[in-house]
Design a protein around this ligand. Structure first.
Ligand code: ZN
Ligand code: ZN
Length: 502
């Protein structure tokens, strides 16, 4: 049996693999797939800096828009001047940054924000004091969706995203050499900076690790592992969209299709829907580093951070008790039973490259990421095998509840034998006999109105039939989507020790 596809391993593996499809046998990297160091397959952490000067710009422009409304005679000319300035500035910096002309050989050191500088999710949870409908779970889905859309728009054009992009970025991001950006997989997301609860604009900087392929107009495809930072800004007066629209990019005000938004004005509701007035807008986008390579599938990365103390949010134990009062069937023991089931299924799915097996237990985003790595292994004709995987201990780290979801973060300590083997049976990396000990932060989510004991068996939490789940997360018997957390706890995030900030 196998051990949990840990994100790191996943990441590492995937990265390794992508590149390795070409280089597999020639690169004798030493990094355990997913082992130890995160999505990059064991790069270097450092104090990333910068990012987000566009955030200030967005705030300024928003203020100017207000000025235009109150004192048009002053505001309008000033706004035009300022926009012209930022457009010019963006053009210059785009030329300087030279996104797409990086040669495949060019490798920049990968810099990630240090763990000590990370922001706890609990700080963001304060947004609910302004906006009771704010959900971190849905926000993270949204951030993933928007980031992927922006990456694609670098090739296909940013017009359709005008409502979600600062004007200066809309111009600067597009790269005329690109025909497409594909296979965008986000391996990790971290919170760097948050401000603005006192208004008028909330501003949030996040860091994303991703893997994507650029298809060049001139022909050819290049795969990158990148660390990007984006600054998201939203008016303090804006309110979160309803759950039904949480997974669609549409008019931030009325929900009309994006095609209805021309520039930043919606032709349906006739509102200017840009500038973060109604929803989060990307005000800054900076590439911290990227490496022209794919995942290192067959390398050994040392485990880091396992010995660090668990980051426990001070209010977490009390909030967990609150959950158990709300639903007495939810006990610590029952939850651990669920974790053990998911952990075991994850090992089997990962080691046997059977992504569907883990589908019932993970959220859409996590499944997408796992599917990607498993697919890379399959194409590289190798498997990362985990055997004798055992959970040693589980710590409670955090509990957050919002209007739609309860989210419980646990630190899972486990041990397993971990090695990568070719389809021909040749050992490529790892050790077939010596177990590895590691820890990861797992976040499980469940719909906030749901009650009942967490399932520990392989039956559909809706109809009770033996689990057969389609890629999309629907039960093949009752056709109900069971992976959104509406019915039982599903795993929505796996974060490595060095990436988890609370
Ligand atoms: Zn509209
Ligand atoms: Zn069912």
């Amino acid at each position: 049996m196998s051990k949990a596809p840990r994100n790191k391993r996943l990441a590492a593996v995937a990265f390794a693999c992508a590149l390795s499809l070409a280089l597999l046998l020639s690169v004798s990297a030493s990094a355990r797939p997913g082992g130890g160091n995160s999505y990059s397959g064991g790069s270097h952490s450092g104090s990333g800096s910068g990012g987000g000067d566009g955030g200030d710009a967005a705030g300024l422009i928003f203020q100017l828009v207000l000025l235009c409304i109150q004192y048009p005679a002053i505001g309008v000319p000033l706004l035009i001047l300022v926009i012209a300035f930022f457009v010019a500035k963006a053009a210059v910096s785009a030329a300087r940054k030279n996104w797409s002309t990086t040669t495949p050989e060019a490798v920049q050191a990968v810099q990630r924000v240090e763990r000590s500088a990370l922001l706890s999710r609990s700080e963001l949870d304060q947004i609910r004091t302004l906006d009771p409908g704010f959900s971190l779970v849905l926000f993270e889905d949204f951030a993933y969706m928007l980031y992927a859309a922006v990456q694609r728009s670098r090739a296909t054009g940013t017009q359709a995203l005008a409502a979600y992009l600062a004007p200066n970025l809309a111009q600067a991001l597009v790269d005329p050499q690109l025909a497409d950006v594909q296979g965008i997989v986000i391996g990790a997301m971290r919170y760097v900076r948050f401000s603005g609860l006192q208004g008028p604009m909330l501003e949030l900087e996040i860091e994303l690790e991703s893997n994507y392929a650029e298809v060049l107009r001139a022909g050819g495809t290049r795969r990158f592992y990148a660390v990007d930072r984006i600054v998201l800004t939203r008016a303090q007066t804006a309110r979160s969209r309803p759950l039904t629209r949480a997974h669609t990019l549409d008019c931030p005000n009325c929900g009309a299709p994006l095609e209805a938004v021309r520039g930043s004005e919606c032709s349906y509701c006739r509102q200017n829907v840009g500038f973060g007035r109604f929803d989060w807008m990307i005000a800054g986008f900076s590439n911290q580093s990227r490496e022209a390579r794919g995942p290192l599938l067959t390398s050994d990365v040392p485990e880091t951070g396992t010995e660090l103390p668990t980051i426990v949010e001070p209010g977490a134990p009390a909030r967990f008790e609150e959950l158990t009062r709300k639903d007495p069937a939810l006990t610590w023991q029952a939850l651990q039973g669920r974790v053990a089931l998911v952990f075991g299924e994850l090992q089997v799915a990962w080691s046997s490259r059977d992504a569907l097996r883990i589908r019932p237990f993970v959220s859409d985003n996590l499944f997408q990421s796992m599917y990607y790595w498993i697919d890379l292994y399959t194409r590289a004709r190798c498997r990362n095998v985990t055997e004798n995987a055992t959970i040693m201990r589980v710590d409670l780290a955090n509990v957050l509840s919002d209007a739609y979801f309860d989210a419980i973060t646990l630190r899972v300590f486990a041990t397993s034998i971990d090695y990568t083997v070719s389809d021909e049976g040749k050992l490529l990396s790892g050790n077939r006999s010596r177990p590895r000990t590691y820890s990861e932060y797992w976040t499980l989510i469940r719909g906030t109105t749901r009650r009942g004991e967490p399932r520990r068996d392989n039956n559909c939490p809706h109809c009770g039939a033996p689990l057969r789940i389609a890629m999309t997360g629907q039960c093949e018997y009752c056709r109900v989507k069971i992976t959104s957390g509406d019915f039982d706890w599903v795993l929505s995030r796996i974060e490595q020790d060095e990436s988890y900030g609370g």
